[in-house]
Design a protein around this ligand. Structure first.
Ligand SMILES: [Zn+2]
Ligand SMILES: [Zn+2]
Length: 417
């Protein structure tokens, strides 16, 4: 086992150099005295936690002196952040959302993620199966990322912001903070007195709303006996959102996919042949008209079909958030504007209105420097700045410092002396 993959000492020195000149620009989170902080170093695996700071200069001094590989703070507020968990005195928490491309199922993962069964040695690309052919579930995984993963994560974040602003009424400037996580995703923090004291179950309900858990077609008017007069496409909340989701799904799904859904014969045929009519009906009439005009009379079957359609449609509209992160009221979350030890990139706060133009592969790559010589074990293709690097396998390369750091932080290479 070669332990130097990642050349930790080299990476630690680069982090340290960066913190020495940049820690002074890192703002502490608001209400610093009520937050718990936690850090990981390059040397050990122990997390240093239950750390508190009385002011921003002590906080910055810590970053400069320790140049952590990973930095976190509590989304919660505590009376005694340095005390053990039970004695901290919880006094509320921001509402946080985590969107991580690692949880998505994406085609591109087959290009940059690998797994290996520790039991029988079988290996594969993408995500590991639930169980290996040998019957065990002990996998080593290697997960990288690409432009596509980051774009998908950004899309999900935009959908989340949409729901938070339009349906919950949070103010884009005052209440919402968006951070690039520094690796594969984004974090959204809601800082508002209205949510601060929400317990786990209140947060769970918010998650359910955002994931549209439990929405049934009949709740939004898709029933054969509906009596509504007007289209739901302009309605507020999930009624309008789900209506639009159905509209977009019907509009954009190719016939072969519609056929593969195994819906009733009449509905399948009409979804393909009378698509324009159906869309027009949705635009101008109550959804019940669609059922009456375009589905069979077998009510039970029709409702089951609609539920299938709606589930697919809603998946495109709901934001893919990590449930556990949002419902945990003692969560440690990555500290904005610090460096991420698994990429060498910066966790960055982005103005929500700038999110659509934000390119982490340019903006978050903050460590600069000249070429470094590496031996690369394996690395998929990645764009950094304007240049595409790799794929590399078992070769020596000379790459600019930020690229070298990325390959090293992912443990795919080591520095050649
Ligand atoms: Zn196996
Ligand atoms: Zn990808």
């Amino acid at each position: 086992m070669d332990s130097d993959w990642g050349s930790q000492k080299f990476v630690a020195e680069q982090f340290s150099k960066w913190y020495r000149s940049n820690a002074r620009y890192i703002s502490a989170p608001p209400e610093i005295m009520s937050r718990e902080f936690a850090f990981l170093t390059f040397e050990g695996k122990t997390m240093f936690r239950h750390i508190g700071f009385t002011d921003e200069s002590a906080f910055r001094r810590y970053l400069t002196d320790n140049a952590p590989s990973h930095s976190y703070y509590s989304s919660s507020y505590y009376k005694h952040p340095e005390a053990e968990m039970n004695n901290k005195g919880w006094s509320g928490a921001d509402l946080v959302f985590d969107i991580d491309a690692d949880h998505f199922n994406l085609e591109c993962q087959k290009n940059h993620d690998k797994w290996l069964c520790r039991n029988c040695g079988k290996s594969g690309v993408g995500k590991p199966p639930e169980l290996c052919v040998c019957g065990k579930s002990q996998f080593e995984t290697e997960t990288w990322l690409c432009e596509n993963c980051l774009q998908e994560a950004k899309n999900e974040t935009q959908k989340l912001l949409d729901i938070l602003i339009q349906d919950f009424g949070f103010a884009i400037k005052e209440d919402l903070i968006v951070n690039f996580s520094g690796n594969r995703g984004y974090h959204v923090h809601v800082r508002s007195k209205n949510v601060r004291f929400f317990d786990q179950s209140a947060r769970r309900e918010i998650v359910d709303y955002i994931l549209a858990t439990g929405i049934k077609p009949e709740y939004i008017g898709f029933t054969p006996r509906g009596r509504g007069a007007k289209s739901i496409l302009g309605d507020e909340g999930w009624r309008g959102r789900a209506g639009k989701a159905m509209y977009d799904f019907i509009d954009s799904t190719p016939p072969e996919i519609i056929r593969s859904l195994d819906l009733g014969r009449t509905l399948t045929q009409n979804l393909i042949e009378k698509k324009t009519d159906i869309l027009k009906t949705l635009e101008n009439n109550h959804p019940s008209f669609v059922i009456q005009k375009f589905a069979s009379k077998d009510e039970e079957r029709v409702m089951a079909d609609l539920e299938k359609l709606l589930t697919k449609a809603i998946k495109q509209q709901s934001a893919d958030i990590d449930t556990v992160v949002t419902t945990d009221i003692h969560r440690l979350i990555r500290l904005p504007n610090t460096l991420h030890g698994k990429s060498g990139w910066q966790t960055q706060t982005i103005k929500p209105e700038h999110l659509s133009d934000y390119d982490p592969l340019t903006s978050a790559v903050v460590l600069k420097g000249t070429d470094i010589r590496l031996f690369v074990r394996w690395a998929p293709k990645i764009r950094i700045g304007d240049t595409v690097y790799g794929p590399y396998e078992g070769e020596e390369v000379s790459v600019p410092l930020p690229v070298a750091l990325f390959l090293l932080c992912k443990k795919g290479a080591k520095v050649v002396n």
